[in-house]
Design a protein around this ligand. Structure first.
Ligand SMILES: [Zn+2]
Ligand SMILES: [Zn+2]
Length: 396
């Protein structure tokens, strides 16, 4: 089974990784104090007195290919430098890259040897669920089934679509195999790694199920564009992390992101500025059907967060005319927690206000010469700016 981290999902949030990436551009994480890290990232970086943050948290950074130890220093990787610059890479691009680079065994963990036979567990997992969609199966797969399929097959993750279709036999067998892993930590780690990649805009975790919101054709397209980052491996694990991290941007990443055409059309239709990858990712998250269904089943009486319009009353003949607006920076993914995706960063808005919010964003970003917001705080502040300046309908 593949190893990962456990119990610290919030450190794997795309937004948190961007903050860390930015911090390590000018600071040595190895000697960084907890206070420095807290100030720079807003994360706790809790560690026992006797442990440095590096000792406790370097595993996360290494798994994410942000840093490795070179000549006694924590050296930022090439992908970390790209992540540190706002808006250059979207959440989708980054996690697709990580999926294609992550191996069992991993140079981020112990027992590294470049001579091993490598498997790509996350690549296997994504291909497995995409192949199910491409075959017309239901888009809900339990995390245990994915883990079990990896266990039962001898696939390394580089196999093609026909090969994957050939192993789709018994969902229940796989699920039981995934459930029956006797080493509970391994099971937990595998599940958590799948939750981490569910930050991709078309994936969604609910309890212990992974849900894909692509149609058959798009699922197949994405599958075709996934390819493992191969070796020759470095002898030294820290050097191997740097090697893997240098592959980002070698034009494969653009192809990997086969944005569903419908979402792209929606972007244009809703009046958002065209042509920007970060904005498309944002819209895909907002149009995520499953997320919408979950949100409105939890908040059936939602009204517009800006103008308070109660669309259910005003337009009684239409259901759910409200849009969901995603507060995180445009290039960020959805948040994952222990139990799945959260609604913390999602606000319901009417289509008019939604359009106005994005116009406001565009104007604000242009004025500040930015491609994207720096972090969630900046995004929240600008959104609050929209609400403060709203003078139209005031709900009585
Ligand atoms: Zn409104
Ligand atoms: Zn929006």
């Amino acid at each position: 089974m593949w190893r990962w981290d456990q119990g610290r999902l919030s450190y794997f949030q795309f937004d948190a990784l961007r903050q860390v990436a930015s911090f390590i551009q000018t600071n040595d994480f190895k000697t960084a104090t907890r206070e420095q890290l807290q100030n720079a990232t807003g994360l706790a970086f809790r560690a026992p007195e006797t442990h440095s943050p590096w000792r406790n948290y370097s595993r996360i950074l290494k798994l994410c290919l942000l840093v490795s130890e070179i000549e006694g220093f924590a050296q930022a990787t090439p992908i970390a430098s790209i992540l540190a610059r706002d808006g250059l890479v979207t959440c989708d691009e980054y996690f697709h890259f990580l999926i294609c680079a992550f191996t069992e065994p991993s140079p981020a963990l112990n027992n590294w040897s470049p001579a091993e036979n490598f498997r790509y567990p996350l690549l296997f997992s994504l291909k497995y669920i995409l192949a199910k969609i491409a075959m017309g199966k239901i888009p809900v797969t339990s995390l245990d089934e994915i883990i079990g399929a990896y266990r039962e097959s001898d696939f390394d993750g580089t196999e093609n679509d026909e090969q994957f279709i050939a192993i789709m036999r018994d969902d229940l067998l796989y699920e039981n195999s995934g459930k029956s892993i006797s080493h509970k930590d391994l099971q937990r780690q595998a599940r958590e790694s799948l939750k981490v990649i569910s930050q991709i805009s078309y994936l969604y975790v609910k309890n212990n199920d992974m849900i894909v919101t692509l149609d058959r054709e798009d699922a197949h397209k994405v599958f075709q564009n996934l390819s493992a980052i191969l070796g020759p491996r470095e002898n030294d694990k820290d050097a191997e992390i740097q090697r893997l991290a240098s592959f980002f941007g070698n034009d494969t990443t653009d192809i990997i992101l086969g944005y569903p055409s419908t979402a792209t059309e929606d972007t244009v239709e809703s009046g958002f500025v065209e042509g920007s990858k970060v904005k498309k990712t944002h819209i895909i998250i907002e149009r995520n059907k499953r997320l919408r269904a979950e949100f409105f089943s939890k908040y059936p009486l939602a009204t517009c967060d800006v103008c308070s319009l109660d669309t259910a009353k005003t337009y009684p003949w239409v259901t759910r005319i409200l849009d969901l607006h995603h507060l995180l920076p445009l290039s960020s993914g959805t948040r994952v927690e222990k139990r799945g995706t959260t609604f913390e960063d999602i606000v319901p808005v009417c289509p008019n206000c939604h359009r106005a919010i994005h116009r406001f964003y565009d104007a604000w970003l242009a004025e500040n010469e930015k491609i994207d917001f720096k972090d969630i705080k900046e995004a929240r502040d600008v959104y609050q700016g929209v609400k403060n300046r709203f003078t139209g309908w005031i709900a009585g």
